[in-house]
Design a protein around this ligand. Structure first.
Ligand SMILES: *[C@@H]1O[C@H](CO)[C@@H](O)[C@H](O)[C@H]1NC(C)=O
Ligand SMILES: *[C@@H]1O[C@H](CO)[C@@H](O)[C@H](O)[C@H]1NC(C)=O
Ligand SMILES: *[C@@H]1O[C@H](CO)[C@@H](O)[C@H](O)[C@H]1NC(C)=O
Length: 428
């Protein structure tokens, strides 16, 4: 073992307790690197919602294995959620044409988004993303799977963007209300784009956009803070030993299937009403939100996790016949320190089914269930399910045949049959 390997393994152990067999996919060494996002500044009560383009990211044709992150200050010290609430972060790749001068409205090079495999149309295109639960939620893609990134495409360069939405709740009158983006606390009447906010919209992202200010306690003063997202990426060089997975994100607010609408309508956020007195008397203050969405292509589910906000209890994902595919439960902190903040979701449990044991089929109708406590009302909550699906060999081959010019082999050396020969060989 070289010095580099020892160093690498030591580093990995310092970040996350990975089981030792995860260090290799059939002899391919796992690599890991920690980066800092550009700085964002917050003063007490303020909101920062930033998009950082072309962030530091490993380059090359790779298998993404995990993406772990947390908010730190200028000294690299983790900041607790009761000071800076991490509403969400998300990362997504995009393509930039190498030699074209094409620019967008802001004079930046034209970007082509590389969204995940579905299923929401205009929202939730990210490859990875979490919120307050980020410190204790596994993002590890189990072996032998990997998220394929950086596959070179002629004339394009792959870059990544980060979206970080954070709320500074030092000195505010109502910490939970500020993190739930309650419109009355932000004193806003128009959204980020100057559009009037509907009267019945009581809270959510339309009321806590970049540079908005939540209601402060009289006389509180606190310094401006420079913060960063520290993120650790682990990856492998892409090889035939890695089995690609597709990313799907399901949103419990998408009612398109039940409403018989062709277009997905992922609203991302919803409201939880305080439970009625009858339900309170029965000790039944749970808000259950449920929706059905179609999985375009099936395979094996190899990883799944839900995303919820404060008040969330847990979420589950079911197959068309009702069978349970995954349950992801919320864990709350119990103390003051970063990673254990009382009243906040500090982790979501994850599902790592034994490969091949949780199968879903092409076009299967999945059900997402998201439970919240309705002891009190909640605004701007979410119920998302993120899953990784490994398609079956035949499906992958069909797709390869459809996408590639010819039939390709990787053994004993990499070579491809031209398209006409591949067509002939499959039709003889
Ligand atoms: C709320 O906003 C209005 C104008 O948009 C302003 O006149 C008023 O003083 C604000 N209230 C508070 C409590 O900041
Ligand atoms: C607000 O009212 C509109 C139109 O009446 C309705 O479509 C929408 O669902 C309502 N929103 C909430 C949060 O109740
Ligand atoms: C959600 O709540 C329903 C009704 O109380 C319950 O049957 C179900 O097990 C809950 N699911 C989760 C994931 O908490």
């Amino acid at each position: 073992m070289g010095v580099f390997d020892v160093l690498l393994i030591t580093l990995l152990c310092a970040f996350a307790p990975l089981p030792s067999e995860t260090l290799n996919v059939r002899g391919h060494l796992l690599k890991s690197k920690t980066f800092l996002s550009p700085a964002f500044t917050l003063h007490p009560g303020s909101v920062s919602n930033k998009f950082f383009y072309d962030i530091d990211f490993p380059r090359g044709h790779l298998a993404l294995k995990s993406f772990d992150t947390e908010v730190v200050d200028e000294n690299g010290v983790p900041v607790p959620l009761h000071e800076t609430y991490l509403h969400h972060w998300l990362v997504e790749p995009y393509l930039v044409a190498k030699n074209s001068g094409a620019a967008d409205a802001h004079g930046l090079p034209k970007r082509i988004r590389k969204r995940n495999a579905g299923v929401c149309k205009n929202t939730l295109g990210q490859y990875q993303g979490l919120g307050s639960e980020t410190r204790h939620t596994a993002t590890w893609v189990p072996d032998p799977y990997g998220i394929e990134i950086g596959n070179p495409s002629e004339g394009y360069e792959e870059k990544w963007f980060f979206n970080v939405h954070a709320i500074d709740t030092r000195g505010v009158t109502d910490k939970l209300g500020c993190t739930e983006c309650r419109c009355d606390l932000y004193n806003v009447t128009v959204d980020e784009y100057g559009r009037a906010i509907r009267k019945n919209y009581t809270g959510g992202l339309f009321c806590c956009y970049d540079q908005t200010q939540c209601k402060m306690r009289e006389g509180f003063s606190g310094e401006l803070r420079k913060l960063f997202l520290r993120y650790t990426v682990t990856w492998l060089d892409w090889s035939d030993a890695v089995v690609p997975v597709k990313i799907y994100i399901f949103d419990v607010t998408d009612r398109s299937l039940s409403d018989g609408k062709p277009e997905h309508a992922c609203k991302v956020e919803y409201q939880v009403r305080e439970c009625s007195s009858e339900n309170r008397a029965k000790n039944d203050c749970v808000d259950v939100m449920e929706t059905k969405q179609v999985l375009p292509r099936g395979g094996d589910i190899v990883f799944a996790v839900a995303h919820q906000h404060s008040g969330g209890i847990g979420a589950s994902l079911h197959g068309q016949d009702g069978r349970l595919l995954c349950t992801s439960m919320a864990t709350y902190g119990k103390g003051r320190e970063a990673g254990n903040e009382a009243g906040y979701i500090v982790g979501m449990s994850t599902c790592y089914p034994k490969p091949g044991t949780v199968k879903v089929s092409d076009g299967e109708v999945l059900t997402v269930v998201s439970n919240y406590s309705s002891e009190r009302q909640h605004t701007g909550v979410m119920g998302l399910f993120y899953i990784l699906v490994a398609e079956h060999q035949e499906q992958q081959q069909q797709q390869l045949a459809a996408n590639k010019p010819g039939l390709c082999f990787s053994f004993p050396v990499s070579w491809c049959l031209p398209a006409w020969a591949a067509w002939l060989s499959s039709n003889l």
